[in-house]
Design a protein. Structure first.
Length: 90
């Protein structure tokens, strides 16, 4: 009998790779049992990734302003492309 792996919190790169491989193996399965396992894997993988890559929360407007500055854009440049008032676009 083919025994399914038991899943616990992912703590190592090897466990992470195993979880990704298992997810890829069952992601198109229509079995309810596989679907439950897949949802658990998604949760465990996400938790592990978030523990490695801690991104600060950034206000979306501030992020747009930062990127505009990076590229040398002014508000008028965006207004030309997207319109200068809400709901009014080209």
């Amino acid at each position: 009998m083919n025994k399914k792996p038991q899943w616990f919190l992912i703590k190592t790169e090897k466990e992470y790779e195993d979880a990704l491989a298992r997810y890829e193996m069952i992601k198109y399965s229509e079995s309810e049992e596989d679907e439950k396992e897949m949802m658990l894997l998604v949760h465990l993988i996400e938790k592990y990734e978030n523990s490695l890559w801690d991104f600060p929360e950034v206000d979306p407007i501030e992020m747009i302003k930062i990127r505009m500055e990076d590229f040398g854009y002014k508000a008028a440049d965006l207004a030309t492309v997207y319109g200068d008032k809400a709901g009014q676009t080209h």
